[in-house]
Ligand binder design. Sequence first.
Ligand code: HEC
Length: 287
Amino acid sequence: MTPPRRGRLPGLRSVGYALFLFVAATACSSPFDTLAHTDDTEMDSDDIDADWISDTSVPTGQVAPVDVQPAFNQDGAPVDQVIRLRFRDHLDVRTIHNALFRLYSGPLEKWLTVIYDPVRRELVIWPGSDMRAGVVWELSLREGMRDISGREVAAGVVARFITSAERSGEQPFPRTAWSQVAPAFAQHCQSCHSAPKPFAGLDMSDAEAWQRTALNAPSDGWPTAVRLMPYRPADSYLIHKIIDDYPLRAGQQMPRTMDDADTRAPLTFDEQQIIANWILSGAFLTN
Ligand code: HEC
C-alpha cells in the first residue's frame, strides 16, 4: 500500500490519472458507458502508482497547502470526510469560490461547501451528502485562488483518498455558543467598546448594542468591510482586526492600547479560534 504523503501537489500524478481515465473511457464502446457504469471507477489502493507522487512539485511563484487532511492517498477515509487545506500565509478571501473546487470519483461528483477559517488559515471543505464507499475520490482546484501577497495557489488535484464504508460524524467546526466568547469580549474589548462612548462606534455592551453596531454593520476604518457577518468569519472585519499579520485592515490589531508607549498582547490563538467558531456557528448573541 502507498504510504500516506501530506501536502504535496500531484501534477504528474493527475496527468497519469487523467490518462488512466482516458484509456478506460476509450476502451468502452461509447463515452456514455463510463457514465452509466459508475462501478468502473472503483479502484483499490494497490492500483495507485507511487511513482506519480515523487516527480511532482509546485511551480515557482505559486503556493500549495502546507497541510492536507486526509493524508494523500489515505485508505479508509469515512464517507463523510471533511477535507482541510491549511496554508502558511493568509488567503485573499476575495478569490475563494465554491466553483473553483470539484470533488469527484470518475463520473460521480459531489456538491460542496467551502469555508475559509482566517484564524487557522485553513479551507474547510465538505460534501453535501455522504460519498460512495470504497472508491477513490479526488478534490481538484482550478486556477484563480491567491494568497494575500497575490501568489497563485497551484491548481491541480489537492486531495485524494479512498473511502471505507464508515461514517465518522465529524463536524467541520465545533458549534460555539455566545457563553463561550462573551468572557473574552468582556475581558479584552469592553473597556473601550461599550456605552456611553464606544470607540469607533462599536458597542459591545449587550446583545442590543452588538445587534445595532456590529451585526451586518459597515466598518468605519475599512469602508467596504462589514463588521460581523454571521456564518462567515472570512468576511467579518472583526476577525481581520484580531488575527495576526493581516494587512487588509486599518488602524491597529485589537485589543489595542490608547497609549503609544504601551502594548497589549493579542488574543491567544485559542481565543481567536473560539471567536471564529462562534461566527461560523451563526454569531448568536444569546445562548
Ligand atoms: C484600548 C481601547 C481598545 C480596546 C481594548 C479594543 N479596542 Fe477595538 N478599537 C479601538 C479604537 C480606538 C478603534 C479605532 C481605531 C483602530 O481601528 O485602531 C477600534 C476599532 C475596532 C474595530 C474596527 C471598527 C471599524 O468599524 O473599523 C473592531 C472590529 C474592534 N475595534 C474590535 C475590538 C475587539 C474585538 C477588541 C477586543 C479583543 C477590541 N476592539 C479592543 C479601541 C480599542
